[in-house]
Ligand binder design. Structure first.
Ligand code: FMN
Length: 357
């Protein structure tokens, strides 16, 4: 069944069918695990940023970077508009869905939904410090409960054949020691997780906003490196503060993969070199203008469905940086866009400004 048909099936499921759907993913024997996606280079899950439009755009720039969804809570998937949260275009693949939750049965059910709708990996968020999610036992607070995370991972692994991974911090305040980090990773590993995405910064669970907690306290890549040394059999992906492909190459000497968040979003054209640099791809990188031109039919479809162009183009603003016309490009797509009657003509103007850069 193609992705579109799967969405349609999910969308049409009534409550009873949903209940059957949930039952069908109750823990069972794992099927043989197919080869998972490469995690050598990935773009981080980012709420409000890595939505389907953003991922479609990023995929124009790199065929191989693994793209993560925004975090979706189990509550939103099981009781909300699952079709909307899971929606993606087949061409966004390889794609991972990040889940927020701590109830093993609910996570198993949602992992099943991810698998059925075509995601190649399901990731559990154990790194978000926001108190909004903490109150629901979601995110970084889970690092204080390794046994529970292990149960969650086991339930998810039992339910699906796709990879189940965990994204976490190097600790949380009050539980900052390396020993406690090893205890967390060790217990979750025993439950069957072999891929850990390590945001190499302690999460502060009170007193800092999530935004502040992406800058403070300082990054400690060396702690993640020690983890890789002590657990060589695990796939350890480094995340936090990586800004250039040269830095990625250096980290790949030690780690199995790198994950970029803010830099990939603010400076997306860096993705255009990723395939050549890390995936031995011989095709020359796409130009900025071509990447945006490839978005035109997509924008057209979105408009035809009743959407607004800025839903899509807000994610492309970083394409133009430090060259003549860059400021005009951003003005077109962030200011003029809200008062124009012919969005596609405006998009054509924006594409023209990228020509030759
Ligand atoms: C706007 C924004 C939203 C984020 N949302 C999530 C999220 O939903 N799940 C998650 O695990 N991390 C989230 N993060 C954290 C990133 O995934 C990443 O761990 C963090 O930004 C550090 O990587 P970087 O220094 O490369 O940006 C978010 C970060 C930003 C900037």
């Amino acid at each position: 069944m193609g992705a579109c048909a799967r969405y349609a099936a999910l969308a049409q499921a009534n409550n009873r069918e949903r209940a059957t759907l949930l039952k069908s993913v109750e823990p069972q024997e794992s099927s043989a695990t197919p080869a998972g996606p490469s995690r050598k280079f990935s773009v981080a899950p980012m709420m409000d940023w890595t939505d389907r439009h953003c991922r479609y755009f990023m995929r124009r720039l790199s065929r191989h970077a693994l793209l993560y969804s925004e975090m979706v809570t189990t509550g939103a998937l099981l009781h909300g508009d699952a079709e909307r949260f899971l929606r993606h275009d087949d061409s966004e693949q390889p794609l991972a869905l990040q889940l927020g939750g701590s109830d093993p049965r609910a996570l198993a059910a949602c992992a099943g939904m991810a698998e059925r709708t075509g995601y190649r990996e399901v990731n559990l968020n154990a790194g978000c410090p926001s108190d909004r999610v903490q109150n629901n036992m979601i995110g970084a607070c889970l690092m204080a409960h390794p046994q529970l995370v292990a149960e969650c991972v086991k339930a998810m692994r039992d339910a699906v054949g796709i990879d189940v991974t965990v994204k976490h911090r190097i600790g949380i305040n009050g539980r900052e020691s390396y020993g406690e980090l090893c205890d967390f990773v060790g217990q979750v590993h025993e439950a069957g997780c072999r891929t850990f995405i390590v945001h190499a910064r302690i999460a502060i669970l009170e007193g800092l906003s999530p935004k502040e907690n992406r800058e403070i306290p300082p990054l400690r890549h060396e702690v993640a490196a020690r983890l890789k040394q002590d657990f060589p059999e695990l796939e350890i992906i480094l995340n936090g503060g990586i800004k250039t492909l040269d830095e990625c190459a250096a980290h790949l000497q030690c780690f199995d993969g790198v994950m970029l968040g803010r830099e990939a979003y603010h400076n997306p054209y860096l993705l255009a070199e990723v395939d050549r640099r890390f995936f031995a791809c011989a095709t020359p990188p796409i130009s900025r203008a071509q990447a945006l031109a490839e978005m035109r039919p997509y924008v057209q479809r979105h408009l035809a469905e009743g959407g607004a162009m800025h839903h899509v183009t807000r994610h492309v603003l970083g394409l133009a940086q430090a060259f003549r016309g860059a400021r005009r490009f951003r003005q077109l797509l962030s200011v003029d866009i809200h008062k124009c009657s012919d969005p596609l003509a405006l998009l054509d103007q924006a594409i023209a400004l990228l020509e030759g850069h």
